[in-house]
Design a protein around this ligand. Structure first.
Ligand SMILES: [Cu+2]
Length: 260
């Protein structure tokens, strides 16, 4: 009986931890405007009572793919709870306004002002303020001669960045290489997207309590109760996923290490 229950336990653990890598949803700039919703999302299947802030329902957010010369248009929808967004003056701490958000990119050569640059929408402006229960238009115009590469995005509202991005509100951005830029053997490799995100539940819990936000306020305690790690590394939102690969075949790994 004991052996059977242990075997069952091992089987369940193996199921939770050793799933095949799932590729995040990919949204193309060429398909038109996309919605990016920040809201309360489950942290991970295994961490049953832990909820955090994430994009479009989970960790990570979608991968945005664009080509040089294209504009990525995004409507950001902030569905975070305004009750979690106490002011910095009220709290007298650096962790506050935790439901105000925006969209910040890493590595793109785009306007850092948006509206102030005379554009019709926000761009990579870390001072853009997207209040809870509001929406805001973002547009990222990539120059024709922009280099290809692997980039990422996350909210960057000061005082709330670590809780939002460190909690899992993040995603990959891919700027495709121009046609003929890479030799054919590289260009035709099967691509694997790995968004590796680091989440220190102790730090998140400390920041959540300082900001008096109920989200993540017991994150580390809940992990401890379940005897799970409090320093968590997810790959595409999964714990220790497996990546099946064929021998004698080259793959192109696109990796982002997203840690706050
Ligand atoms: Cu950043």
């Amino acid at each position: 009986m004991m052996a059977k229950s242990i075997r069952f336990f091992v089987a369940v653990v193996a199921q939770v931890y050793a799933q095949e890598l799932v590729t995040p949803q990919e949204l193309l700039a060429s398909q038109g405007k996309h919605e990016l919703t920040i809201a309360e999302v489950p942290f991970h299947d295994g961490y049953t009572d832990v909820f955090t802030r994430g994009f479009n329902g989970g960790i990570p957010g979608p991968t945005f793919r664009l080509s040089p010369g294209e504009t990525l248009e995004v409507t950001m929808i902030n569905n975070l709870d305004p009750a979690h967004s106490m002011s910095c003056a009220e709290l007298n701490t650096e962790f506050c306004e935790t439901s105000i958000s925006n969209m910040h990119t890493h590595g793109l050569h785009v306007s850092s002002k948006g509206l102030e640059d005379g554009l019709a929408a926000q761009s990579d402006n870390i001072f853009a303020v997207v209040e809870p229960e509001t929406t805001e238009e973002f547009a990222f115009t990539i120059p024709d001669d922009h280099m290809g590469g692997t980039f990422w995005y996350h909210p960057h509202h000061h005082h709330a960045t670590a809780l939002q991005a460190g909690g899992g509100a993040l995603g990959m951005m891919i700027v495709d290489d121009p046609p003929g830029y890479l030799p054919a053997p590289y260009d035709t490799m099967v691509e694997k997207v790995l968004v590796i995100s680091a989440h220190n539940l102790n730090t998140l819990q400390t920041m959540a309590r300082a900001s008096q936000s109920t989200l993540l306020e017991n994150a580390a305690d809940q992990a401890d109760e379940l005897e799970l790690d409090t320093n968590v590394f997810l790959v595409n939102g999964q714990l220790d996923p497996t990546i099946p690969m064929d021998s004698h075949r080259w793959y192109r790994f696109r990796m982002v290490f997203a840690a706050v």
